[in-house]
Design a protein around this ligand. Structure first.
Ligand SMILES: Cc1cc2nc3c(=O)[nH]c(=O)nc-3n(C[C@H](O)[C@H](O)[C@H](O)COP(=O)(O)OP(=O)(O)OC[C@H]3O[C@@H](n4cnc5c(N)ncnc54)[C@H](O)[C@@H]3O)c2cc1C
Length: 381
């Protein structure tokens, strides 16, 4: 069991952190509470890709960097400390690229993969719908074959990157009990999107995709017919860990801010850092963060070894994303009234953290996955 990054990983993180502080932080600072415009999102993906963020998971023979998940996770955690919005943008783009690399035809890969990896195109993955959240099989969006084309209808909702996406990997119903993936190209297939006004992670797009009237050639199907949901489910273990990494980054920023403030703020004639109950808050924040890190990186290490580790990923996700809400809430408490003022930026950690207990399986769904594994009985379909 090894809890320390290797020398190579430590050197990569060091160079990455210097780059983040010098080049990325100043560019994203103005967009902490407003959506990063598409042109800048592309520039950021182009800038982070060569470091392994946004292009890391795809194998080298497909044009990616072929990074292991632990190394990728270390890089994402640092990025999320600086900007959870950019980390989200990149990990969703990378997820779409990985699906394309895994099951795309040579023609689909040739056309889109290198451009996705280079940040020239932005990708997203659309499963959820207004009526199908935790119960993904309830989705109603469908594709009906009509000669050489499919006609798509329906609506996708709560889709990360939706309103800036050039390419959508959409899962829709193709038969009564069959779901398939399609590759939708905004320029060619003319789907409409709408951004959703939300609580936190406001630099990162989250929106609806309207599919009515979308006609795609049959060659736009991604992967075999009827395999869309199964293929997407394969990615859930990974995405549960990477959404948790956003939480680790937010938690670290909240803890760092709280320690700095506690040392500087004076009440009752001494820095509040010297008051025992403030130390209790800080100690609990740091302990929750440490436990979350161990769980998330253990899951990533297991994924690198291969095999299915659904329960570990569900434990890591449900624990780490609830923990960061508590950590960010304590950060507000340490800052007193300054914690709730927008101008200090501490309340933003809490709003950002609060977003993470919902995607990639809510806390409740992840607990049901843990229960199913331990008890051998599924409490949900
Ligand atoms: C930041 C963010 C990013 C997202 N990105 C994407 C994306 O890129 N692509 C995509 O397809 N989707 C995305 N989603 C959507 C996300 O996957 C869904 O929001 C999630 O699956 C939950 O669905 P829902 O919101 O409809 O809630 P519901 O499923 O309606 O759940 C509502 C409540 O009921 C509980 N609940 C539901 N069923 C059960 C049960 N059987 N037992 C106990 N409790 C239950 C839930 O835990 C929750 O508390 C994103 C969501 C967020 C917030």
């Amino acid at each position: 069991m090894n809890f320390e990054p290797s020398e190579e990983q430590a050197a990569a993180i060091d160079a990455w952190n210097r780059y983040l502080e010098r080049d990325i932080r100043p560019r994203v600072e103005p967009y902490r509470d407003q959506m990063i415009p598409k042109a800048l999102a592309r520039e950021l993906l182009a800038a982070t890709g060569p470091y392994g963020v946004g292009a890391g998971w795809v194998a080298e023979e497909d044009g990616g960097l072929g990074l292991d998940f632990v190394t990728s996770g270390l890089l994402y955690e640092e990025l999320a400390r600086v900007s959870p919005d950019v980390a989200g943008l990149a990990f969703v783009n990378e997820g779409a690229a990985l699906k394309l690399a895994r099951v795309g035809t040579p023609a689909q890969k040739e056309r889109y993969l290198a451009r996705l990896l280079a940040g020239e195109l932005i990708g997203c993955s659309a499963i959820s719908e207004p009526g199908a959240g935790s119960d993904v099989r309830g989705m109603r969006a469908r594709a009906v074959r009509d000669g050489d084309v499919y006609r798509l209808s329906g609506e996708k909702s709560w889709i990360s990157n939706a309103s800036i996406a050039d390419l959508v990997v959409a899962v829709v119903r193709t038969e009564e009990n069959e779901f398939s993936m399609f590759l939708l190209d905004r320029d060619e297939h003319r789907f409409e999107t709408r951004e959703i006004d939300k609580l936190g992670l406001n630099g990162w797009s989250l929106g609806q995709i309207f599919l009515d009237g979308v006609v795609v050639p049959a060659s736009s199907m991604l992967g075999p017919p009827g395999e869309g949901l199964r293929e997407s489910m394969k990615g859930f273990e990974r995405s549960r860990c990477f959404i948790s990494l956003l939480g680790l980054g937010i938690a670290r920023a909240a803890l760092d801010d709280s320690i700095a403030y506690a040392r500087e703020r004076t009440q009752f004639g001494k820095p509040i850092a010297g008051h025992q109950l403030v130390q209790d808050l800080i100690a609990e924040m740091a302990t929750l963060l440490e436990a979350s890190r161990l769980m998330v990186f253990r899951s990533l290490a297991l994924m690198d070894k291969g095999g299915k580790h659904n329960m570990k990923a569900a434990m890591a996700k449900s624990f780490a994303t609830e923990a960061v809400v508590r950590i960010a809430s304590s950060a507000v408490q340490v800052h007193g009234a300054a914690g709730i003022a927008r101008e200090y930026g501490i309340e933003r950690h809490l709003r950002n953290a609060r977003m993470l207990t919902i995607p990639d399986g809510t806390t409740q769904i992840n607990r049901l996955i843990i229960g199913r594994e331990l008890l051998g009985t599924a409490a949900f379909a």
